[in-house]
Design a protein around this ligand. Sequence first.
Ligand SMILES: [Zn+2]
Ligand SMILES: [Zn+2]
Length: 195
Amino acid sequence: MINCPKCSSEALVETPALGNIPLDVCPGCSGIWFDKGELEALLKQSQGGDSADLALINPGAEGLECPRCKNKMSRGGLVNPLLLVDRCQSCGGIWLDPRELALVRKLLGLSGGPSEVTVDRPAAVPAAPPAPDVKSTLLKLVAAAGAILGLIGVSFEMYLYFSPAAAVSHSPSAGLSVAGVLLFAGGIFVLNREK
Ligand SMILES: [Zn+2]
Ligand SMILES: [Zn+2]
C-alpha cells in the first residue's frame, strides 16, 4: 500500500480503469501513480506504436516526495517541456495530477477513453468483535452460583417451615432464610448489572 504524495493520509487504490495496466489512483485528489514502465506501457498500448521516450526534460529538484521510495522526485517536462510532471529518479515512477493525465493524452494525440480516473475509498475493515471479558464472565458465574445457592437455602427453609412438624426434626432458622434471600437477590442483581 502506498500513500498519495499530495494528500499524505490517503492510500492509493489500485484500479484497472485505463486498459489492463493496474494504476494506483488517489481517492482524494484523483492523482495517478505510475510505477516504472507503466505509463510507457499505457501510452504504447493506446498508440499501438513505439513506446514514447519519457525521460524528463529539464528536470528540477523541487518535486514531491516519491510515494514508493520516499526520495524527492524531480519535476520536469514529460514529452513536452511545458508538461511538467513529477518523476522519481530512483525508482522511475511517475506521478500525474488528473489535469496532467489529460495533457499527456492531448499531447500524444490520444482520443477516447476516460480523460480522468477516479476511485472510491475502500470500505473500512470492520473492527474485530471485542474479546469476551474474563473478569465479567467470572463475576457472572459467581453471581449465578450465589443466586442458585440462595434459592436452594430459601427453598430448604420453606420446606422445613411448611412440612408437618413430625416429618422433620429441626425448625426453620430465620438467619439462614435471610442469608438465602440476600444471596439470591444479590446474585440476580449482579447478573442484571453485568448484562
Ligand atoms: Zn491525493
Ligand atoms: Zn521512487
